[in-house]
Design a protein around this ligand. Structure first.
Ligand SMILES: [Zn+2]
Length: 170
């Protein structure tokens, strides 16, 4: 198996996870999943905005929104080529599967891993009520003291974050 199909397998495994799908949609927009699937399933090295819009039956504007968000997150690159009409450019987009995988890791397992490292030398607290998978609502010791160990969002009693409690969120 070459590295390309290898990373595609990794990506497909991530995309099967409903919590990861939610993170993609929350951060990159409603059409992001469809765009990612279309590009990877068809092995497109390069594609044009109107091609995606036509296939997915969404507007060019909606496609551009997703592409721009992914560009801002450094997952999507483009090159532009001038056309016969000197005022117009054709944009050829390219999705980096490797960068997308890194981006997903940073938003999910990487975040949890960072917390695991932090609690080795720092006292952290969290709100069980406001925390969800990959997204633990964290307070450092000073913040927790200032708040009387109550969550600023919901007022629940804060709990000490330890290795056992982190496991629930990975
Ligand atoms: Zn809370």
């Amino acid at each position: 198996m070459d590295w390309f199909s290898d990373s595609k397998n990794t990506l497909n495994k991530y995309l099967e996870d409903p919590d990861i799908r939610k993170i993609i949609i929350d951060n990159l927009g409603n059409n992001a999943l469809a765009v990612i699937k279309y590009v990877t399933e068809n092995n497109l090295m390069e594609f044009k905005e109107d091609e995606i819009a036509k296939t997915l039956q969404i507007s060019n504007k909606e496609v551009r929104e997703v592409l721009n968000k992914m560009y801002d997150e450094k997952i999507m690159m483009y090159r532009k080529e001038s056309t016969n009409n000197s005022n117009w450019y054709n944009f050829y987009w390219n999705l980096s599967i490797e960068d997308l995988i890194d981006w997903i890791k940073n938003k999910t397992f990487g975040k949890i891993e960072d917390l695991r490292l932090r609690i080795e030398h720092e006292e952290l607290y969290y709100c069980p009520h406001c925390s969800s998978r990959f997204d633990i609502k964290i307070y450092d010791f000073d913040q927790a003291v200032d708040l009387g160990f109550r969550c600023s969002e919901c007022g629940s009693q804060l709990q000490s974050l330890d290795k056992e409690s982190i496991i629930k969120y990975e």
